[in-house]
Design a binder for this molecule. Structure first.
Ligand SMILES: C[S@@+](CC[C@H](N)C(=O)[O-])C[C@H]1O[C@@H](n2cnc3c(N)ncnc32)[C@H](O)[C@@H]1O
Length: 203
């Protein structure tokens, strides 16, 4: 049995090796629709958004593209990005680590769905200000996290991956320090497969 630090270090490799299976098995019923619609309504149509940890770009990026927004995807897994590119060759797909986000451009919205929670808690504290740097004033950030402060492991095709979360109070504090404020959130949302979701706006 690997310890948590080994699982954390190995998480990128798991996504690299399991990308095709993740894509095949990923729930595509779009149970996330309520939150994505809320994100899109606040961002506005025809706007440019960044999908951080976009994975294979289906179903989340796909739905956002279908709603008419211009989506740029970023992921640190080449295998994931290659599937995203095959799915939407006309879009821009960037190989990169969100903890080092430095794109020298700003977006009307940033989505980090089921990806930001793979960062450790220190990385999360340091990455939220980077998200803010990539948003225009009044831009919108949506991300999923855990329901409470802590570290856990999950499984991707039977292989361990690392997750962590800060508490609501800590997210609120760091977002405020990063010139953002929480405008909607729900922990363990029963209408979204018990995901914990934060929507924040840049002030
Ligand atoms: C559970 S998948 C989610 C993919 C997609 N957002 C979805 O909802 O289907 C997590 C994704 O985050 C990516 N990821 C994890 N940590 C990352 C990081 N530090 N920088 C960029 N991508 C990362 C992984 O490669 C993987 O594609």
């Amino acid at each position: 049995m690997k310890n948590l630090r080994e699982i954390e270090a190995n998480t990128k490799l798991v996504y690299e090796s399991e990308a095709q299976t993740y894509y095949r098995m990923r729930d595509k019923t779009l149970f996330e629709k309520k939150w994505i619609n809320s994100f899109i309504a606040k961002v506005g149509s025809n706007e440019r958004v960044l999908d951080v940890g976009c994975g294979p770009a289906d179903p989340i990026a796909k739905y956002i593209i279908e709603q008419g927004l211009e989506l740029v995807g970023l992921d640190y897994s080449e295998a994931m990005l290659s599937i995203a590119k095959d799915n939407f060759p006309q879009n821009e797909w960037i190989l990169g680590d969100m903890t080092k986000l430095s794109l020298k451009q700003r977006f009307k919205g940033i989505i980090a769905w089921n990806s930001f929670f793979h960062l450790n808690r220190q990385q999360q504290k340091e990455t939220l200000p980077l998200f803010s740097n990539h948003l225009v004033t009044k831009g919108i950030l949506i991300f999923t996290a855990g329901p409470e402060n802590g570290e856990i492991t999950g499984k991707v095709n039977g292989k361990d991956v690392y997750h962590s979360s800060l508490s609501f109070d800590e997210y609120q504090k760091i977002l405020k320090l990063s010139d953002m404020k929480i405008i909607e959130y729900k922990l363990n949302d029963p209408e979204c497969n018990f995901h914990s979701v934060y929507l924040a706006q840049k002030i």
